[in-house]
Every structure is written in structure tokens, then in C-alpha cells.
Design a protein around this ligand. Structure first.
Ligand code: KG4
Ligand code: ZN
Length: 352
């Protein structure tokens, strides 16, 4: 079965054709990073405009690179939530029009479920149930992947996402957006024990995260140094910051796996590209006898292949949308009401 996946939730316009949820026939990503860099972060209006300009080109390339005509596609899968609302609307509107015109089923895909599904592409043997750490620019959570389409969150961030913390700390260190990858690079030549950063405690839930204090800690150390006429060593701070954040992410995930009895752990989202997170997770999984699944670097960030992969399993589960499908900026992956903002408008997501 061939699924066309379309992704436009943030600053990548992406489309891919994936066979049976696992075999990538094409994967086209048009990134807007260079443009948003000038502003130090994603400017939503610019993102929406660029998606509108690029989406047709990107989808056409995905089809032609896969050697498929639109007619050969079995369903159109699209990210409908969560993300930047204007950006999501470009993808969902395009997908609705395409599916209706081509008379193909339309499958609404949750962006985080898509990130998790990136692991199916690289690991044909991976099947639920397993535990997944999702760490991206907008989300950080530990989820039980009960089956391909049902998830239970057992921990989440109370404030900043891990990727957001990387990006904010990078800004303090003078690196350009997106900072996560810059910190990773700088950390290679830094001493991870040079600066002591806090492991913020979260009361009430052992598996929840809090990252906003980390950025403040970096800022305070930088200001203190400035007041003494000194400056911090950016490589050392990058390495210390990266060590702290990977320690927090990995320790909580390993403890959760032990408590909940999981022997398979996956990692997903942009931060799963981080070398310290990957390295430490590998070590701790080995020590504990857990099997670890990491996405290849090209599938860590936003892409269409992960949406097509998840779209395949959503399709098999009977998930469908019609022309009334709406995008939603926030949407919990496990059916709980959103933590912030207004409840998303109801979607007519119909099951067969
Ligand atoms: O999953 P993603 O592409 O987009 C969202 O859904 O948010 O994640 C983007 C985030 C950014 O915050 C970026 O700085 C971070 O992932 N990131 C990294 C690395 N590569 C990307 N963070 C740390 N180390 C990296 N190598
Ligand atoms: Zn993402």
C-alpha cells in the first residue's frame, strides 16, 4: 500500500511516498531554516507563506521521485496537529483538495505520532508495545506506545521542550537558530564537567520534565562572568548543558522503562539527533539489557516519510477525515484535553 505523506507543521515543507509504512520510496524536505535564522526563530507568517509557495513543488517531486502517479497512491496522509496553526492549515488544505480531486482517502496524522513512526522506517522489526522518549522543539514526553495508534503519556515537560531549551541556551551562547545542532557541534570540543547545571526537580510526577530553569542557569553563569569582566567558555558550556539535558532525558526514560516493565525503548523528535542523547541512551540501554531504537539522523527532524509511515497504520486502523478536517495548534496524543490554550475545534475525523 502506497501512502503520500504531507508535513507542514513548522518550518519544513515535506512530502514522501512510503510503502506499507516502512519502505521509503521518496522523501522530499524543503527547509526554511535559512530564512528564519535572520530572526532567531520561526516567524509563523513567513512559514505559512513559504509552505504555500512550496507545497505543490514538494508533493510533485515526492511523487515523481517515487516513480508514482497520484493515481497509484492509496491514501493521502497529512499532519493536522499540533503545530503552528497557519502552517498546518497550508498542508491540511492542500491535502484535502488533493484527496478530494483524486478521490483518495484522507488520513489525519498527529505530528508526534509521526515522529514516533520514524523508527518503523529504520527498524523493520520494531513493533509495539514499547516505550518512547519524544524530544522535539515543541514537545518533550515519555509515552507508552501501546499499539501503532494508541499512546499513553507517562511524563511530559511542564514548561519548555528539550529542543526549545537547546535553542534558548544556544542564543545565550551566541549561536544562531536552530541552536540544538550548534550546541552539539560546539560540545564536541568542550569539557562536559566544566559547569555545574541544575537537574530541576518536578514535584508530583517522577517522569515529568522541567527545562526552563536550565536556560536561566546558563544565563546567570554568563551574567556573573560578565560582571567580573570575563566571559564563559562557549564550548565548555555547550558540553555541560548537553550533558545535563541528556542525563535528565535518559535517566527518566530508563527509570520509566524499569517501572513499567518495558524492554524496548525508542527515541524520536529533533533532539534524538543529539550525539550525547544518543550516546548516553545507548550506554544505559546496554547496561540495563534494553533494546534501543534510534531514528537515522535524516528522520529525526520533521519529514514527510514519518507522516506517511504513521498514516499507513492510522489508515489500517480506519482513521479517516473528510473535507471538514480542521488543523489544531494543540492536540494531545493520548486523547487528554490540551494543557494550554483553548480546546481545539472539534474535527470530524470519521472512522470506517
Ligand atoms: O522535531 P523537530 O524537527 O521539530 C519539532 O517538531 O519541534 O525538532 C526541532 C528541534 C529544535 O529545537 C532543534 O534545535 C532540535 O530539535 N535539534 C537538536 C539537534 N538537532 C535538532 N537538539 C540538540 N542536538 C541536535 N543535534
Ligand atoms: Zn516535529
Amino acid at each position: 500500500m502506497l501512502i503520500l505523506g504531507i508535513e507542514s507543521s513548522c518550518d519544513e515543507t515535506a512530502a514522501a511516498v512510503v510503502e506499507d509504512g516502512r519502505n521509503v520510496r521518496s522523501n522530499i524536505v524543503s527547509t526554511q531554516i535559512e530564512e528564519h535564522k535572520k530572526y532567531g526563530g520561526v516567524v509563523p507568517e513567513i512559514a505559512s507563506r513559504r509552505h504555500s509557495e512550496n507545497i505543490l513543488k514538494v508533493v510533485r517531486s515526492a511523487l515523481s521521485e517515487a516513480g508514482t502517479a497520484l493515481d497509484d497512491i492509496d491514501a493521502v496522509a497529512v499532519t493536522y496537529a499540533p503545530g503552528l496553526i497557519g502552517a498546518l492549515l497550508v498542508g491540511t488544505s492542500f491535502a484535502k483538495g488533493l484527496a478530494m480531486a483524486a478521490k483518495k482517502p484522507l488520513v489525519p496524522v498527529h505530528h508526534i505520532a509521526g515522529h514516533i513512526a520514524a523508527n518503523y522506517i529504520a527498524h523493520p522489526e520494531l513493533e509495539p508495545p514499547y516505550l518512547c522518549l519524544v524530544a522535539s522543539g515543541g514537545h518533550t514526553l515519555i509515552a507508552e506506545v501501546l499499539d501503532y495508534t494508541s499512546f499513553k503519556i507517562i511524563g511530559r515537560t511542564r514548561d519548555d521542550a528539550a529542543g526549545e531549551a537547546f535553542d534558548k541556551a544556544a542564543r545565550v551562547l551566541g549561536f544562531c537558530y536552530p541552536g540544538g545542532v550548534q550546541i552539539d557541534k560546539a560540545a564536541q570540543s568542550g569539557d562536559p564537567d566544566a559547569y555545574k547545571l541544575p537537574h530541576p526537580a518536578v514535584t508530583g510526577s517522577e517522569y515529568d520534565f522541567s527545562f526552563s530553569g536550565l536556560k536561566t542557569a546558563v544565563l546567570n553563569i554568563a551574567h556573573n562572568a560578565e560582571q567580573h569582566g570575563e566571559s564563559i567558555n562557549a564550548e565548555n558550556m555547550a558540553a555541560s548543558f548537553q550533558k545535563t539535558i541528556s542525563d535528565i532525558l535518559v535517566s527518566k526514560t530508563i527509570s520509566a522503562a524499569r517501572e513499567y516493565g518495558y524492554k524496548k525503548i525508542a527515541v524520536a523528535g529533533g533532539v534524538s539527533a543529539n550525539s550525547a542523547v544518543r550516546g548516553l541512551m545507548e550506554k544505559r540501554c546496554r547496561d540495563n539489557g534494553f533494546r534501543l531504537y534510534l531514528p537515522p539522523l535524516m528522520y529525526c527532524g520533521d519529514n514527510g516519510a514519518m507522516i506517511a509511515a504513521q498514516g499507513y497504520y492510522d489508515f489500517l486502523a480506519g482513521k479517516r477525515a473528510d473535507e471538514t478536517l480542521n488543523a489544531a495548534a494543540t492536540m494531545p496524543i493520548d486523547g487528554e484535553p490540551p494543557l494550554v490554550g483553548e480546546p481545539p475545534q472539534a474535527n470530524r475525523v470519521v472512522s470506517e
